[in-house]
Ligand binder design. Structure first.
Ligand code: C2O
Ligand code: CU
Ligand code: CU
Length: 459
């Protein structure tokens, strides 16, 4: 947990450090404060946090608060970079986008450090911060540049849900390792993949064969036979998981990406796409003491099948409960939308095989839409493939999937939706908070780096 340097002010230094992830080996991570995941920022609604990010790495960085309602200047735009003090940097990028050049005026360089301002005027939710550098988000997040930011509020605190050490954020991600323990990423320059014509090998993005939870491979957590609140985040570059409990058990979902649901929803399985969050309660009193309960990923039959285990160690008193009503998040209706827009996510034959939105690779400074602040829009998202679609700043509700009712796991306010092959998903997006340049993109980080991203200017 990060401690403020003075009230409301935090400092995070991005640096390389060697840590033991695979027993007996050392892995160089690029971490906020040299750790992976980075320190958790545990903050309150309405109390502004200023986070000074100091870059001590050999590469430029941009830090984005995923799910945050922040002024555009603090959103972590891909060309708005912090460069280590004393290090020159020549703008590169755009080459993965079919030779497209980026307007030189769009590059911004902050030498050494910069402040990001997070007003946190938003509901309690599980947010996360991560790198967002142009063309290199995939490799830089893979090396460790990600952490949790929790927003708490009185409404959530007043509920009898599990608290304290029974309220646990779990960052799930997959990684591959070389023999000596180094993170293995196919290329540091995603454009090379495209140029060499080998990008088809990474159609699905980069996946690893080791599953890490909060930075540890297949960990085991000792729990008491009581309820726990687990804030699940899929921080993988590209892997989706269908999480289930063995031997049996249910998740009671209480929250989604952007905060509490209206009422709890029970699931036997939870499919979680990159960047999605599920806030769930698991009741370990359902198992005899001594049981090893495993969290498995039934989408994979190999080493990525196991995620983590919980060992039910002892009985304990439990004063928690899951109330039948959680929140009044408000429901949007089709008739609330002032505009309908269609966004088509697909791989293009042109642009050197870039991933495109409406046929266009990411073109910084040229927005695909200009929604008006204070309005709701209906967005129809269509795809050729799996694309977890994410919108900055604005939260949304899923209205339909392929013309039918949304999935049981689509409930609540979201900022990322799992768009499946050949699907059309309708979402109602509410623009509130700030005007300025934001973005939408596929959160498969290799697709994002290969141009499946667009500016959205809120006017
Ligand atoms: Cu989690 Cu634009 O990203
Ligand atoms: Cu985001
Ligand atoms: Cu994608």
């Amino acid at each position: 947990v990060a401690r403020p340097v003075r009230p409301g002010h935090y400092e995070l230094a991005q640096r390389a450090a060697k840590v033991e992830i695979i027993p007996g080996t050392r892995t160089e991570v690029w971490g906020f404060d040299g750790v992976f995941p980075g320190p958790t920022l545990d903050l309150r609604r309405g109390s502004q946090a200023v986070v000074r990010v100091r870059n001590e790495l050999s590469v430029p960085t941009s830090t984005h608060l995923h799910g945050g309602v922040t002024p555009a200047d603090s959103d972590g735009y891909p060309t708005d970079l912090v460069v280590a003090a004393g290090r020159g940097f020549r703008p590169v990028g755009g080459h993965s986008h079919g030779g497209m050049r980026i307007d030189p005026d769009l590059w911004k360089f902050h030498p050494g450090a910069r402040d990001y301002v997070y007003p946190l005027d938003q509901r309690a939710a599980t947010l996360w911060y991560h790198d967002h550098r142009m063309d290199f988000t995939g490799p830089q997040v893979w090396r460790g540049l990600a952490g949790f930011l929790l927003v708490r509020d009185d409404e959530d605190d007043a509920l009898p849900l599990p608290k304290g050490d029974r309220d646990i954020p779990l960052m799930i991600c997959d990684r591959a390792f070389d023999e000596d323990g180094a993170f293995r990423y196919p290329s540091r320059d995603p454009s090379l993949l495209v140029r060499a014509g080998v990008d088809d090998a990474y159609m699905e993005g980069v996946q690893g064969d080791v599953v890490l939870v909060n930075g540890a491979p297949w960990p085991e957590l000792e729990v008491a036979a009581v309820r726990y609140r687990l804030r699940l985040l899929n921080a993988s570059n590209a892997r989706r998981y269908r999480l289930e409990l063995r031997p049996g058990g249910r998740f009671v979902q209480v929250g989604s990406d952007a905060g509490l649901l209206a009422a709890p929803v029970e699931h036997d399985a939870v499919t979680i796409a990159p960047a999605e969050r599920f806030d769930v309660v698991v009741d370990f009193s359902a198992y005899p003491v001594g049981t090893r309960v495993t969290l498995v990923n039934t989408l994979d039959g190999g080493t990525a099948r196991n995620v983590m285990a919980f060992r039910v160690a002892r009985k304990a008193a439990d004063d928690s409960a899951i109330p039948a009503r959680l929140s009044r998040p408000g429901r949007l209706h089709r008739s609330d939308a002032v505009t309908t827009r269609v966004f088509d996510f697909r791989k293009s034959g042109e642009w050197a095989g870039a991933w495109t939105i409406n046929g266009r690779p990411f073109t910084p400074g040229t927005p695909l839409a200009r929604p008006r602040l204070g309005t709701v829009e209906l967005w129809r998202l269509a795809s050729d493939f799996h694309h977890p679609v994410h919108v900055h700043l604005a939260h949304f509700q899923v209205l339909t999937r392929n013309g039918k009712a949304p999935a049981a796991t689509d409930g609540g306010w979201k900022d990322t939706v799992d768009l499946r092959p050949y699907e059309v998903v309708e979402v109602l997006v509410r623009f509130e908070g700030y005007r300025g340049r934001y973005m939408m993109h596929c959160h498969n980080l290799e697709h994002e780096d290969m141009a499946m991203m667009a500016d959205i200017d809120v006017v």
